[in-house]
Design a protein around this ligand. Sequence first.
Ligand SMILES: C[S@@+](CC[C@H](N)C(=O)[O-])C[C@H]1O[C@@H](n2cnc3c(N)ncnc32)[C@H](O)[C@@H]1O
Length: 335
Amino acid sequence: MQHSAPNFQDILDEKSGKTWPSGPERTTFSPKCPGNSPLLHTSVMVKEVIDALSLHNAEVVLDATAGEGGHSEAILKAEKDVCLVTLDADLRSVEITRERLEKFDGRAQVFESNFGDIEKVFNKNGIEKIDRALFDLGWNAGQLESGKGLSFLRDEPLNMSYGKKPASGFTASEIVNSWDEKTLADVFYGYGEERYSRRIAKAIVDYREVRPIETTTQLVDIIRGAVPAVYRNGRIHCATRTFQALRIAVNDELGVIGRGLASAWKYLSCGGRIAVITFHSIEDRAVKRIFAALVKDDDGVLVVKKPLVPSREEVLINPRARSAKLRIIEKVCNK
Ligand SMILES: C[S@@+](CC[C@H](N)C(=O)[O-])C[C@H]1O[C@@H](n2cnc3c(N)ncnc32)[C@H](O)[C@@H]1O
């Protein structure tokens, strides 16, 4: 089947950075989770996602971000004829999801892959079309405790890559130890909207002249020393925005959203839908722009004009949901 993909990268202003060089990998075993790990992630806006996907008539659904398999499981439960293809860059998430979905008797395939590489996974596994897709962006709660250096509340190596290799080609430690001061400040401001980006960048450069920055604790201490007391003791942890910016840079998050959505769109059947959950304004703006371009070209219609947000009840139970936004687009094939 011939597909031609729109190039969403052109639509995004941000540079995509380097791509992950290795191909998609599929683990061949289904281990029991070590220590009988409990699920740690609470899936966000599950009912809204299931409603938005409107699963009747859907044969194949792509969950591009398996996480701990919560949405995947809800999709399989909601429609008994649906087959699910799901992937995650993070091996632990793949293993947990695989085990969680075992009970669906072969209706789910779980791949270890970056969603920037959807086409490689599909080509390798003979997947020719999808009818619905979900992207639930960012990290899952289990990853904050899995030694990746994603949490500023833990003392861990400063890595931040979701997958084995960072999509950008750089770990967070490599970035803070080698990028110049201006670039660091631009990253903290551009990807983190960090108002003290310049001070933090300068403090990092001063610190690394003495010793390399290798752990989350070192970075948090540097940030704490660089920002004013009122910010240091504010409502939001003073490292939040710098960590967000580094995570986006390490995982080339804006680049892979463009590539992932372009690939999903290319394989999406007419009348099919893509739902995207974002957790910060930078990625939400990127998704909004991509959807707007499809609507402008008469290739898609927005299912909801404004993004859906979680209910107050959900936010009370799961505070992480407070920043979630759900956008949905449907493919039209008039041309
Ligand atoms: C918010 S969690 C998904 C949670 C999931 N929907 C659930 O209900 O359990 C986001 C997941 O996306 C994965 N992820 C982030 N960026 C990715 C990418 N570019 N390719 C593949 N997986 C990615 C992360 O590893 C994480 O497990």
